[in-house]
Design a protein. Structure first.
Length: 282
């Protein structure tokens, strides 16, 4: 084949790889910015997120107020920056706590088997039988308004998915030759799971964690939007979207910027999850 023919043959092989790489880098950059907002809000914000300035209420985006101001004259950019910790930070915490408990629960269920597995899985089925968001709303409302109630309510509904995922992986891995060999050599219990099972399910758990962060973020903001999460004047993305409803016709920026942050964080976490899955399959 000629050099020209080789060049033509290579084009289709390079093109599909370049675009996902760009998307992954963009998603990683977005998540790094959001991480900086979460860890260093005081250094990155332009002002106090709760200080009122009614003289400058509902001002359009400008150099002094990059995202404009709200109905109280508060700098919307500062409220969005500080709100990252109260929205994305809570979502990440919910997913990590749920994953930790769910993985342990599912591992115990899968390894023990028999009647113990039956009882533990029926408990999981009990949680999964209720509509997840409705259950979270009911729990959060019963615990009282606030981000702490939202975090606990979402953690309660989120862990069963990880338990079922890990339990299924454990049951599959128990039939694998390397696990049977380890068991024949006397490896049992936690040591068997830690050394010969968990490494083979890490990818699936990581993929689920990254994609669940976006879903958890939407749930956190939705609960605040419905009034059971953050309460004014706490800066939180869902609460900002809720408060902006009456001003959409005259102050478009009030709704757009918090909503854009939710969208970017959700899409970025999903893209990173896809990248992890693709890398594991490579």
């Amino acid at each position: 084949m000629s050099g020209e023919g080789l060049a033509i043959a290579r084009v289709p092989a390079r093109a599909p790889r370049s675009r996902p790489a760009v998307l992954t880098l963009a998603a990683a950059a977005i998540l790094l910015v959001l991480l900086a907002f979460t860890l260093l809000p005081a250094q990155l914000a332009t002002g106090d997120p709760v200080q009122l300035d009614v003289v400058n209420r509902l001002q359009a985006p400008s150099l002094g107020h990059p995202f404009g101001t709200d109905e109280g004259g508060r700098d919307l950019y500062s409220r969005v920056v500080y709100g990252t910790r109260n929205s994305l930070g809570i979502a990440v915490s919910v997913v990590l706590i749920s994953a930790l408990f769910g993985v342990l629960y599912g591992a115990v269920s899968g390894v023990m088997g028999g009647r113990v597995d039956e009882v533990l899985m029926r408990i999981v089925d009990l949680f999964l039988a209720f509509p997840a968001f409705v259950l979270a709303l009911a729990v959060a409302a019963s615990l009282g308004r606030g981000l702490g109630s939202v975090a606990l309510a979402l953690a309660i509904i989120w862990w069963p998915g990880y338990a079922r995922l890990v339990r299924g992986e454990i049951l599959s891995l128990k039939e694998q030759q390397h696990v049977e060999t380890a068991r024949a050599l006397g490896v049992r219990g936690l040591k068997l799971v830690r050394r010969h099972m968990l490494p083979f399910m890490t990818k699936d758990v990581n993929v689920r964690i990254t994609t669940d962060i976006g879903y958890a973020l939407i749930a956190v903001t939705a609960l605040s939007f419905l009034g059971v999460g953050a309460q004014s004047p706490t800066p939180e993305w869902g609460l900002l979207i809720r408060d902006s409803r009456n001003y959409f016709g005259t102050a478009w920026w009030y709704l757009v910027f918090p909503g854009l942050m939710v969208m970017l964080a959700t899409v970025a976490s999903s893209v990173i999850g896809d990248a992890i899955a693709e890398r594991g399959e490579a």
